[in-house]
Design a protein around this ligand. Structure first.
Ligand code: NAD
Length: 458
């Protein structure tokens, strides 16, 4: 189906949906979606195995459970989120009744990336439906098996006048972006985020931009190095580093560097064994272009004198890059400029925490910043002196799974937030309704009297 036809078919139902798609019906649609996902778990795993060699447990934890949890959480809280809320009148508004009524934005567009191609297409869909919208989903063409599966799953489970999947690449995405959607929820790179926002400016669609960038890690003096290494290895090497909130690079006090690199080596061996290529727990890179980019970055750093602490092995045909740790990086490398988005972890020894914080502040605002520390004063200092989409203290990744926290970036890492009630809010318009019951507003109207003048001075 063409982009224009997909949009038109859904948008035609906007007015009726606003009247009829009540909380009970939204819940029923979400329950049906959950049922279909559960019934087709095997197919979901096969698709993600084909696209990314994602281990089954990882598919469950990072692709299926987040969507099912979002459904459960929305179903549980939807009545409260959707309920019109009365507000107190201000003094001047005595005699009025003010209400805020969340209403669906209308017909929305969801554009998804390839790295968590199932969760990042269907998670936002849950929020869109919870808020009462119709949606077009454009999955990533770089994860073709998952894209096809999403199309088939949605067609089987959801009404065709509510959700349509349009498969395709940049051209399809561009055609979709030309349609007058009421909201665009985009997950992907900051570069394409700019394209999406420029397209949205033409129709004045609102946008949520879930973007990426470098997410730095700081180890403070006295941090628990073993625990930090475990969290870092998990956060960095899950999905072979292709995670938007993966720890990008690590700053460690110089004296702690040997202990951290030894602990990282031990954690890699514990998680993936002596030969990660044989490990059923280790994923593959998405494709040849991504492989070449990462291999190029790694080779450049090594040629510049970086020290290889772990990994380094790469096989293009198998789209395999070993869990890799580097130290002593030369100053100016692509690894330190671009979002790495792969299983290469630069460890950078520091002498002066202030300089590290200034460096982070000087760069683009990260999607996540991670701090490993025991000292409350240090935690407070880093919290107050940095800005990022999220701050993880002694943890990586897990804030994504916490549905009572908003998930999103700031500046270059994104705009707006997803998950739970923030996801619901992203797809809702909070309509203020002011009803006049016995307010006396005459002094605001001409001819102006002494009372008008007095009010004007208030
Ligand atoms: P991408 O920006 O290349 O592509 C994302 C989507 O946009 C795809 O569906 C693609 O078809 C489409 N697209 C690509 N180029 C386009 C163009 N010129 N015009 C219109 N549409 C276009 O991103 P990706 O490579 O799929 O994903 C990797 C990036 O996404 C990383 O930067 C990562 O950090 C980020 N990411 C962010 C989150 C988050 O929640 N914040 C989650 C996952 C990934």
């Amino acid at each position: 189906m063409s982009a224009a036809a997909a949009y038109a078919r859904l948008a035609a139902g906007d007015a009726a949906r606003r009247r009829e798609f009540d909380v009970a019906r939204r819940r029923a649609v979400l329950a049906r979606l959950a049922e279909e996902i559960r019934a087709r778990e095997g197919e979901i795993m096969a698709a993600l195995a084909a696209d990314l060699a994602k281990p089954e447990v990882e598919v469950r934890i990072s692709e299926i459970i987040p969507v099912l949890s979002e459904i459960r959480h929305s179903a549980r809280h939807l009545k409260r989120w959707a309920r019109p809320r009365r507000v107190w009148p201000t003094l001047a508004m005595l005699g009025t009744r003010g209400t805020i009524r969340p209403e669906p934005k209308g017909t929305v567009l969801i554009i998804a990336p390839w790295n968590y191609p199932f969760c990042l297409a269907l998670g936002p869909l849950v929020s869109a439906i919870a808020a009462g919208n119709a949606a077009v989903i454009k999955p990533s063409e770089l994860a073709p098996a998952t894209s096809a599966l999403i199309a088939s799953l949605v067609a089987a489970a959801l009404p065709e006048d509510l959700v349509t999947v349009v498969e395709g690449g940049v051209e399809t995405s561009t055609e979709l972006l030309a349609q007058p959607f009421d909201h665009i929820f985009f997950t992907g790179s900051p570069a394409v985020g700019r394209v999406v926002m420029a397209a949205a400016a033409k129709t004045l669609a609102s946008v949520t931009l879930e973007l990426g960038g470098k997410s730095p890690v700081i180890l403070g003096d006295g941090a628990d190095v073993q625990k930090a290494a475990r969290m870092l290895a998990w956060g960095k090497f899950q999905n072979a580093g292709q995670t938007c909130i993966a720890p990008d690079h690590v700053y460690v006090p110089r004296a702690m560097e040997p202990a951290l690199t030894a602990a990282l080596r031990a954690e890699i061996a514990r998680m993936y064994g002596g030969a990660p290529k044989e490990s059923p727990s280790y994923a593959r890179l998405i494709g040849a272009r991504h492989f070449a980019r990462l291999k190029g970055m790694l080779d450049e750093a090594l040629a510049g004198g970086a020290t290889l602490i772990a990994g380094g092995a790469a096989e293009e045909g198998a789209r395999y890059l070993a869990p890799t740790v580097l130290t002593s990086l030369p100053g100016e490398t692509a690894l330190m400029r671009e979002e790495i988005f792969g299983p290469v972890l630069p460890v950078i020894a520091y002498d002066d925490l202030e300089a590290v914080l200034r460096g982070i502040e000087a760069g683009e605002k990260p999607l996540a910043l991670y701090l490993f520390a025991r000292d409350r004063a240090l935690i407070a200092r880093v919290t107050a002196s940095t800005t990022s989409g999220a701050l993880g203290v002694n943890v990586t990744l897990a804030h994504f799974l916490h549905l009572n926290l908003p998930f999103g970036g700031i500046g270059n890492s994104g705009l707006g937030a997803a998950h739970g009630r923030w996801g619901f809010a992203a797809f809702s318009h909070e309509k203020p309704i002011l009803e006049n019951r016995f307010a006396v507003l005459d002094p605001l109207m001409p001819p102006y009297t002494k009372l008008s003048a007095r009010i004007a001075r208030m």
